[in-house]
Design a protein around this ligand. Structure first.
Ligand code: SF4
Ligand code: SF4
Length: 94
């Protein structure tokens, strides 16, 4: 189960999780069935992201499961920049 911190940084400050384009999602459930971290839930006709901060920071392995390109993740280079800034901040406050 995903922790509430990542490298000492509160997980909720790290903007990393999948997003689903509801117009492209067919509700095939492939992402829901693939992820072991309970990030996804299911509605009547689509999947939804129910626990975004359970997503493992830097993981995007479910992306390949989606055949309609409904899934997307933030830019990994931007994530690296944000993590560097947050590490500095939390190093100073710890
Ligand atoms: S894999 Fe893609 S199309 Fe299938 S439920 Fe997930 S987001 Fe929707
Ligand atoms: S990226 Fe990994 S942890 Fe995040 S939702 Fe997809 S499979 Fe789950």
């Amino acid at each position: 189960m995903a922790g509430s911190t990542y490298m000492g940084i509160p997980r909720k400050l790290i903007p990393w999780h999948p997003s689903i384009d509801q117009d492209l999602c067919t509700g095939c459930s492939a992402c829901f069935n693939f992820c072991r971290h309970n990030v996804y839930g299911q509605r009547e006709k689509t999947s939804v992201v129910v626990n975004p901060y359970n997503c493992i920071v830097g993981c995007s392995s479910c992306l390949k499961e989606c055949k309609t390109d409904a899934l997307s993740f933030p830019d990994i280079r931007k994530l690296a920049e944000i993590l560097n800034d947050l590490r500095e901040k939390y190093k100073k406050t710890s």
